[in-house]
Ligand binder design. Structure first.
Ligand code: UDP
Length: 245
């Protein structure tokens, strides 16, 4: 039997990269199938789910700047990329019979609802999976910060950050062989050691609102349900950290 979930309402942050396969660009059908299956398995256990999706698999603001596009415009382009991913996730989730809503921080009435906090809360209460698109709606921010912002606004019990590896390391474990892996970290440790897991604004906002960040690997099917049940391999970032138990 599936273990009982520890959380009532979660914010799941999926980077754009998480939706790609080997190629590193666009959407990979198998990956999207697996992630949506995992999401729905948790949803069926009665957990309310808000999703924030990134856009890095399609367009990143800084890449645009490198090609001569002004920063703010390039960032808006990045935010539009997140809307593409949000619509893809919505479509696949609905094919699997989930009730979903896309709420965009940049109003786009033909394909989404505008972001209205109280409406988003109502959707969650009704058991709909809410997909937040277009990040914060502001240039110079990231979808990680959007995740911390929406988690705060929605009163989420945890931010689940799905990544390519099974937690937070002292350096990129794909390139640094003896990188240290942490089971627990404090917000302060993440910020002061400048650990590359979420940007500093996101970690600071999660800290201010006492929302734990759970970092886990999206590569293992079923990992999300395990993390939500407090099992499996992941790093918890909270006020306590390594020494606090
Ligand atoms: N972006 C932005 N404001 C936001 C969120 C995103 O300007 O609130 C832009 C930014 O240019 C970023 C791009 O959208 O590079 C894609 O988002 P992000 O890089 O966070 O996606 P991820 O890395 O999670 O795929």
């Amino acid at each position: 039997m599936a273990p009982r979930p520890k959380y009532r309402r979660i914010l799941l942050k999926l980077s754009g990269e998480a939706l790609t396969g080997e190629g590193g660009y666009g959407l990979d059908a198998d990956v999207v199938e697996r992630i949506t299956d995992d999401t729905l398995a948790v949803h069926r256990q009665g957990v309310e789910i808000a999703l924030v999706v990134g856009g890095g698999n399609i367009f990143r603001g800084l890449a645009g700047v490198a090609t001569g596009i002004e920063r703010a415009s390039a960032d808006y382009m990045g935010m539009l990329a997140t809307v593409i991913n949000a619509l893809a996730l919505q479509s696949v989730l609905e094919r699997k019979d989930a009730d979903t809503r896309v709420l965009s921080a940049i109003p786009m009435a033909a394909v989404s609802e505008p972001y209205i906090r109280r409406r988003a809360l109502r959707h969650l209460e009704k058991g709909r999976i809410v997909i937040f698109a277009a990040g914060t709606g502001n240039p110079y921010f990231s979808t990680d910060t959007a995740a911390a912002l929406r988690a705060s606004e929605m009163g989420c019990d945890a931010i689940l950050k799905g990544t390519q590896v099974d937690g937070v390391y002292s350096a990129d474990p794909k390139t640094v062989k003896d990188a240290e892996r942490f089971d627990r970290l404090s917000y302060h440790e993440v910020l002061s050691r400048d650990l590359k897991v979420m940007d500093q604004a996101a970690v600071a906002l999660a800290r201010e609102n006492s929302i734990p960040i759970l970092v886990f690997s999206l590569h293992n099917a079923g990992a999300l349900a395990d993390v939500v049940a407090g099992r499996g391999r992941y790093t918890v970032i909270s006020e306590q950290g390594e020494s606090g138990g």
